[in-house]
Ligand binder design. Sequence first.
Ligand code: HEM
Length: 501
Amino acid sequence: MIELSVNFFLKTIYMLIVANLLVKFVKWLIGYINKIRTVNKLKGLPMVPFLGNIHQLKTKHEFLKQIRDLSYKFKDEPVWRIWLGTMPNYVFHKGDYAEVLFSSAKNTQKSIQYNFLHPWLGTGLLTSYGDKWSTRRRLITPTFHFEILNDFLNVMNEQALIMTDILSDLVKNKEEINIFERLKACALDVICESAMGQNVNAQNDQSSDYVRAVARISELVTYRFYDPLEWSDFIYFKTQRGKDFKRCLKILHDFTTKVIMERDADLDDSDLKSKKRIAFLDLLLRAKREDQTITFDDIREEVDTFMFEGHDTTAAAASWACQLIGSHPEVQKKLHEEIDSVMGQSGRPLTNDDLKELKYLDLVIKETLRLFPSVPYFGRTFSEDCDVGGHKVLKGETAVIVAYMIHRDEKYYPDPERFDPDRFLPENSKDRHAYAYIPFSAGRRNCIGQRFAQMEEKVLLANILRYFEIKSMKTIDELKPVGDLILHPNDGIPIELKLRC
Ligand code: HEM
């Protein structure tokens, strides 16, 4: 009798659990069907329930092409859609309609794809949101003060000199030059020195574990973005790539932790007031001394974030600039004239005043970032329902902002694929929409390192131009631009350099 009633009790519990799950599933299904009805009012590829468009999406350089072709196809739409499984993604391809993202104090949360960066960057400035983000942003903003940036100008000049020496040797030895690799190593040295006060000597020694781990982990995160089979942590960390990810993670975190601890032990408050060269890290350590709630882990998150955001982005932008300059002789001629008039024959380092005078180089850099924004797309999660050009976009869903296409809007950039630095002359840009040009994003979540990056690009390019003439070896199509985390060439950018006498 007791056995019977226990059985009955267990069966009832089981039925209740099943009924509960069923109710939840039906509720979810009704929500999903409603979502499909609302979202599919937007244009997009035909979708398959539950799978969405995942089976139609291309990878590597084909993906960027696909996004470009679809954006052109839906060019009259304010926004279009891609389904990643059951998750709709609203694709923003026109600056005119990006207001809801950039002007809003609310839609500042990043999309779930950024979670793949969490094991490495934690919830540092790039990946956090809400109160944590605003506190951090307030803390870090002063570290980009122009007086502090002046200090980093010395680092940039020194590393640019090492790079031009290496390039001269390659020219003398008639070796092939992949300018993307050279600039990547140089930018890594600049950011290591500026962020951590460490010289990893990436330009001369590519075998450093840290240098290799930075490159490999960026690659692994990209693979994860594209492959739904790698999305679950549970499965991912059992795969070969997941294990490799963990291996790199350990190298990176061990390195930054060691540097932070050593730097903290050595840091004397008078260092910060003296002429001794400081790093971002020192400023964060000082903030920690004034505010006990900041932990070493908090500092590591930010240092790792700077390392990630602060080198590939600049290197990619400067490399695309070399490619474009090397295939537009009339632009190169003007650049050479400008650099010669500012620097003459002197081999001295560039000063801030020199940089201000390199006005045409400024236009070239801007136009390069229009055609090749280093971060070709970035994501947000809507924190409220919004209206975009008469379409309802839903709270909790993802926005993908495609800077690469926003920069190709014919309304603001006639003949958009043409490289024309004069588009950025003041008289030609005065009527442009505020969000038609967003290489550094816009609004509250814009790039905090923007001025650092612009300064670095100018120093690196000015140094190449003052000593060399650049000739591009391939066309853009042959280089196959890939829109991963960073917009980079599929297989480097080969160029020919000729020493200027
Ligand atoms: C040409 C070079 C660069 C470009 C094109 C660029 C572009 C961007 C973009 C588009 C974002 C927004 C990303 C998003 O919303 O997901 C961003 C954010 C950020 N960038 Fe940059 N970046 C560059 C260089 C740098 C450098 C040199 C640093 C550091 C020294 C840096 C640090 C950051 C940080 C910390 C954020 C997050 C800011 C926040 O959310 O408050 N970036 N960058």
